[in-house]
Design a protein around this ligand. Structure first.
Ligand SMILES: Cc1ncc(COP(=O)(O)O)c(C=O)c1O
Length: 397
C-alpha cells in the first residue's frame, strides 16, 4: 500500500526532499504506474532528464547492448565508446571538444574550474582574483561552491564558509551585468531560461546583449543548458532561439536519457584545452555505459523529431494554459514543452495544486511557493497535453 511504502521510504533516509506521496513502480513513455496500479501522466519528466520519456526503446537497447560488453574502465584506460561519443556530442554542440562528467553539478564545477584556469593562463588575470558573474535566483546545483552563489536561503544557510569569486547580478538586467564586469572577470554563467526559479524567460535582447558585452571584454559566456537543453524548448539549446552562441554549453539530465547520469561541457580547444592530465576528472565520467547511452541520445536528437514535437505540442500546451490565466492562474511563462505556472495564492499553494493533480493522475512539482512547473516528456501526445490542461482546469475549480 502506498501509505506504508511512503513511510518506509522516509524511514532510513535524510529528509532532504519533500516528495509527493506517490510510489512509482513502472514507467513507459509519458506514463508511470504506482505500486497500487494507478497510472499517472508524468509532467515533470525528471526535471527534463526524461525528455525522451521513460525507457525509450532505443536508449534501453543501447544500454542493454553495452551492459553485455563493458560498463566501466575509468579514464585510466580508453574505451571504444569514448571517442565516438565525444565526437558526436561535440558535433551536435558545434564545438571542438567535450568533457564528459556525471551529474549536472559536476558539469558546472567543470565549467567554473576551466573558466578560472583560462582566466589565469590565457586572459592573464592575477592569481586568485578570477571573478565569475552569475544571476540572482540561479539554480546550478548543490555543491558547496555552487550554493555559495545561490540566492536561495534554503540552499545556502548553514553550509558556509562560502567559496569566494562570484558576483551576483539581477537576471535579465544587462546594465547591471555590464557594470559588474571588470578586468578580472573570466566568465558569466547563466541559465538561458531559469528553470528552478519558475521557468523565467529573460527579456528579448538580453542574451544577445550578454554575448556582445562578454565578447567585447574577453569574458567567457558559460551557458547552463542542463535543464533547458536537448530538445525541451524546441531546439537543441534554448539559447539557439536567440541566435546566440556561447563559449561553453553545460549539459546534463537528458544527456543520460533517464537511464544513467551523464553530463558534459562543450567548448572549443582554446578554452577546454587549458586542462592537462591530473587537473580534473571523475572515476565514472565518460564511462562506457554512459557514452553508449549518450550516443543514442545524440542519435535521437539528430532526427529533429523531438525538437519538432516540443515546438508543436508546446504551442498547444501554452495555448491551453493561457486560457486559464484569470481563472486561478496569474501568469504562465516558458518555451516549447516547458511552462512555469503561477497559481493564484488566494486559491491554493503550489504544493496543494500538485497534490490535487496527483489525485487526478497528473504528476507535476511545485517550486517557490505558488509556482508549478510542467515539463512533460517530449514523447507526450496532443491528447495527453489536453488531458493535463483539463485536469489543471478541474483542480483550479
Ligand atoms: C540549470 C541546472 N543546472 C544544474 C543542475 C544540477 O544538476 P544535478 O542535479 O544533476 O547536479 C540543475 C538541476 O536541476 C539545473 O536545473
Amino acid at each position: 500500500m502506498t501509505t506504508d511504502a511512503v513511510e518506509y521510504a522516509e524511514r532510513h533516509t535524510a529528509h532532504n526532499y519533500h516528495p509527493l506521496p506517490v510510489v512509482i513502480a513502472d514507467g513507459e513513455g509519458a506514463w508511470v504506474t504506482d505500486i497500487d496500479g494507478k497510472r499517472y501522466l508524468d509532467c515533470l519528466a525528471g526535471y527534463s532528464a526524461l525528455n525522451f520519456g521513460h525507457r525509450h526503446p532505443v536508449l534501453i537497447e543501447a544500454a542493454k547492448a553495452q551492459l553485455d560488453r563493458v560498463t566501466l574502465t575509468s579514464r585510466a584506460f580508453i574505451h571504444d565508446q569514448f571517442g565516438p561519443f565525444c565526437e558526436e556530442l561535440a558535433e551536435l554542440c558545434g564545438k571542438e571538444l567535450v568533457l564528459p562528467m556525471n551529474t549536472g553539478a559536476e558539469a558546472v564545477e567543470t565549467a567554473i574550474k576551466v573558466a578560472r584556469k583560462w582566466g589565469y593562463q590565457v586572459k592573464g588575470v592575477p592569481q586568485n582574483k578570477a571573478k565569475i558573474i552569475v544571476a540572482e535566483n540561479n539554480f546550478h546545483g548543490r555543491t558547496t561552491t555552487i550554493i555559495s552563489f545561490s540566492t536561495d536561503e534554503d540552499a545556502r544557510a548553514d553550509f558556509g564558509p562560502y567559496t569566494p569569486g562570484f558576483e551576483i547580478v539581477p537576471y535579465g538586467d544587462l546594465a547591471a551585468l555590464t557594470a559588474a564586469i571588470d578586468e578580472n572577470t573570466v566568465a558569466v554563467l547563466l541559465e538561458p531560461i531559469q528553470g528552478e526559479s519558475g521557468v523565467l524567460v529573460p527579456p528579448p535582447g538580453y542574451l544577445a546583449g550578454v554575448r556582445a558585452v562578454t565578447s567585447a571584454n574577453n569574458v567567457l559566456f558559460l551557458c547552463d543548458e542542463i535543464q533547458s537543453g536537448l530538445g525541451r524548448t524546441g531546439r537543441n539549446f534554448a539559447i539557439e532561439h536567440t541566435g546566440v552562441v556561447p563559449d561553453m554549453y553545460l549539459l546534463g539530465k537528458a544527456l543520460g536519457g533517464g537511464v544513467v547520469p551523464v553530463s558534459a561541457v562543450a567548448a572549443n580547444r582554446d578554452v577546454l584545452g587549458v586542462l592537462k592530465p591530473g587537473q580534473h576528472g571523475s572515476t565514472f565520467g565518460g564511462n562506457p555505459l554512459a557514452c553508449a547511452v549518450g550516443r543514442a541520445v545524440v542519435g535521437l536528437l539528430r532526427t529533429g523529431e523531438y525538437q519538432a514535437r516540443a515546438v508543436d505540442l508546446g504551442k498547444q500546451l501554452h495555448a491551453g494554459l493561457e486560457d486559464l490565466v484569470g481563472h486561478g492562474i496569474l501568469a504562465v511563462r516558458g518555451q516549447g514543452l516547458w511552462a512555469g505556472i503561477d497559481i493564484d495564492p488566494a486559491l491554493m499553494t503550489g504544493r496543494q495544486a500538485c497534490e490535487k493533480l496527483m489525485d487526478l493522475g497528473v504528476l507535476v512539482k511545485d517550486t517557490h511557493g505558488s509556482t508549478i512547473r510542467l515539463a512533460p516528456p517530449l514523447v507526450v501526445t496532443g491528447d495527453e497535453i489536453d488531458l493535463a490542461v483539463e485536469r489543471l482546469r478541474t483542480v483550479l475549480g
